[in-house]
Design a protein around this ligand. Structure first.
Ligand SMILES: Cc1cc2nc3c(=O)[nH]c(=O)nc-3n(C[C@H](O)[C@H](O)[C@H](O)COP(=O)(O)OP(=O)(O)OC[C@H]3O[C@@H](n4cnc5c(N)ncnc54)[C@H](O)[C@@H]3O)c2cc1C
Length: 619
């Protein structure tokens, strides 16, 4: 597949990754693995070959001695947009694949295959079918499409009220036996396809989401926040959403927290990052504390984002969906919504498809819970957009990860929960700092160096620390539909750029005060910051969206926002789509503005409340 450019790949691997304490130097086994992957993923293979061709034919890199190869790579890293992108992609691939290897990974003290060896299928799984197992129309009262934070919760709450529910989920019902903690396998099986997760605008933004039973809750980090009171008050005062006042929402938060067992993270789960952050925040007088999580029995294997191998995180596939199934709901897995049946302005059911077979589900109400990216696509495909607002007002909580290396601290980022600690002193300004620990394979990509310095840091990976900067953004994106697929646009505004910059500088300060030897700011062209003086020069640097390294928006919201005025919103306070009877939306897309905190509990509380309203409507 890579032909003569295998040699180019090998020469770069050899230069970038010298032998370290816990790993061999970049070698021909890495080349072999990358080539195998390229054979299985043709588009990846073609792109990689083009990149290798470009650098080889321009620089003849494979014929140069190692020090020259490093010089060339550094020159490309600091070059124009195209050269920089080529260098970044190649380095990402080789660093990740070198450390995503069983023996190397295990040398870091991690378990490669975390899935349990014995697993007994729970009884409720007999309620899980695929649509093609049915030969006739399915009759129910509520068809819920999607099984994540919105769909999973609304389905269970309706079932509790005696309503006959069918849940339709495009993904599969994966269980512990599938959650082995391996990143590539997880991305391939549990995440949405790449074209549903990339936004273009004044940069390229990654917006990950889950496509499995449990939706994104089954691959999320387990952090739980109530919607900040000031946000609920703003919705009440500025948007007229009186029913969502802090007082009214209280009981829904409480109910959710009981079901998913929200508790403060323990020191065992947090790890060494707590001490570092305490030290670094002291001179600044910043507030820091353990996060609340829905994983009280977590044993801190650090792979939440690849599915929890112990069922400790009570995502909806572990908490809400089993309860709904035990009480009689049917779940159609690997079944995709094709069409919403609308007659005379009223939703009457859905047509779903599994394995090419289409089945009709007749229902009193239809609840769309496909998430903030896919729900607007579903509505637009069905020509439901009375206000013209469907797909607009996208916010994503743009986030970046700041790294640091400490000579005298053992932090062990890969042996603790990836997110269990926070700093909230700039929260009202729109910046929240959240722990964001990385496994060695992802950490290798985030460490900016190549050559000896890279291997030195990777050899002492336990001394690295990672903390994320999350920004509460204004609506600045949109989702368009191209058939069944989204095209996502997002523009990082000036305010958000300044907030990200301030967040990075503040986080760097915290790390420096804590005694970091090197801080790795996620800004292109700056490998590290070693002193407050160096940080000063960053302060005066003007940045644009493309100056930041990969910006991730883990929390897309707002694309079918709730509002009282049908002209500028998509659903009313009861989650009913304006202008269409019996059709409801219940997921992150209805959240009217960015909330500045991880949103699963907000979505779940809204879904709990929505179920009350929908049940009243049905009965
Ligand atoms: C990596 C990651 C980490 C995160 N960490 C946190 C965290 O720590 N705390 C937190 O609060 N939030 C976190 N989030 C965000 C949180 O998980 C989401 O905001 C939340 O799950 C969104 O809920 P939802 O119901 O809108 O969509 P989802 O939970 O994504 O559910 C949507 C479901 O709809 C299904 N679907 C889509 N289209 C169709 C179709 N046509 N037919 C049938 N089914 C369909 C999808 O397969 C999916 O299962 C994280 C997200 C990610 C990706």
């Amino acid at each position: 597949m890579l032909g003569k450019y295998r040699n180019t790949l090998f020469s770069i691997l050899e230069a970038v990754i010298p032998e370290g304490k816990k790993f061999p130097k970049g070698n021909s086994d890495d080349v072999e693995r990358i080539e195998q992957f390229a054979k299985q993923n043709k588009a990846f293979g073609i792109i990689l070959k083009i990149l290798l061709f470009t650098i080889e034919e321009t620089e003849k890199i494979s014929s140069k001695p190692i020090n020259k190869r490093i010089e060339i790579l550094k020159k490309w890293q600091k070059g124009g947009t195209i050269r920089r992108a080529i260098a970044e992609i190649i380095l990402t691939i080789i660093k990740f694949s070198h450390f995503y290897e069983k023996n190397v990974y295990e040398n870091f003290g991690c378990v490669w295959d975390k899935a349990p060896k014995f697993y007994q299928k729970p009884r409720y799984m007999i309620q899980v079918k695929t649509a093609d197992q049915f030969s006739e129309d399915i009759e129910c009262e509520a068809a819920v499409v999607g099984s994540g934070a919105g769909g999973g919760v609304v389905a269970k709450e309706l079932t509790d009220k005696g309503i006959a529910v069918v849940i339709v989920e495009e993904g599969k019902y994966f269980t512990r036996e599938h959650f082995n903690g391996q990143a590539i396998e997880a991305f391939r099986k549990f995440y949405s396809p790449i074209h549903r997760m990339i936004a273009f605008g004044n940069g390229v933004f990654v917006i990950p989401s889950g496509r499995l039973v449990g939706g994104s809750t089954a691959i999320n980090t387990g952090t739980c926040w109530r919607t900040p009171e000031w946000i609920l008050e703003r919705w009440e005062k500025e948007l007229g959403l009186r029913e969502l006042s802090p007082k009214n929402m209280e009981k829904y938060f409480e109910k959710v927290e009981n079901i998913i067992r929200v508790q403060e993270a323990s020191d065992r789960v947090i790890g060494g990052i707590k001490e570092v952050i305490s030290r670094g925040c002291k001179p600044l007088g910043f507030r820091h504390y353990p996060l609340k999580r829905n994983a009280p029995d977590c044993d801190a294997q650090g792979v939440c984002n690849f599915g929890c191998p112990t069922d400790a995180r009570l995502s909806t596939n572990i908490s809400y969906i089993p309860k709904a199934l035990e009480r009689g709901a049917i779940l159609l897995e690997k079944t995709k919504l094709e069409r919403i049946i609308i007659e005379n302005g009223k939703a009457k059911g859905v047509i779903v498809n599994s394995n090419g077979k289409k089945i009709k589900i007749n229902s009193k109400v239809v609840i769309i819970s496909c998430g903030s990216i896919m729900t607007p696509v579903v509505l637009m495909k069905n020509k439901i957009n009375p206000s013209g607002q469907v797909g607009k007002n996208l916010t994503i909580h743009p986030s970046l990860n700041v790294g640091a290396f400490f000579e005298n601290d053992i932090i062990d980022p890969h042996k603790h929960a990836p997110q269990a600690y926070c700093i909230d002193s700039l929260h009202r300004e729109g910046i929240l700092f959240l722990h964001a620990g990385l496994q060695p394979d992802a950490g290798a990509v985030a460490i900016p160096y190549i050559g000896d310095m890279f291997s030195k840091i990777m050899s002492e990976y336990e001394k690295t620390a990672w903390f994320g900067v999350l920004v509460e953004d204004r609506p600045s994106g949109m989702v368009k539909a191209l058939g069944d697929n989204p095209i996502i646009f997002y523009w990082l505004g000036k305010r958000e750029i300044e907030l990200l910059k301030k967040g990075i500088i503040t986080m760097a300060k915290i790390f420096l005060y804590a005694g970091a030897k090197y801080v790795f700011p996620p800004i292109r062209g700056i490998d590290d910051i070693k002193s407050f003086a160096e940080l000063e020069s960053l302060q005066t640097k003007s940045l644009s969206a493309t100056d930041f390294k990969i910006i991730v928006g883990f929390h897309p919201l707002g694309t079918c926002r709730m509002g009282i005025d049908p002209r500028n919103s998509v659903v009313d306070q009861n989650h009913k789509v304006h202008g269409i009877d019996n059709l409801f939306v219940c997921d992150g897309s209805v959240v009217p503005t960015s909330i500045g905190v991880n949103p699963q509990e907000t979505i779940m509380a809204l879904a709990t409340r929505a179920a009350e309203k929908i049940a009243e409507f049905i009965t």
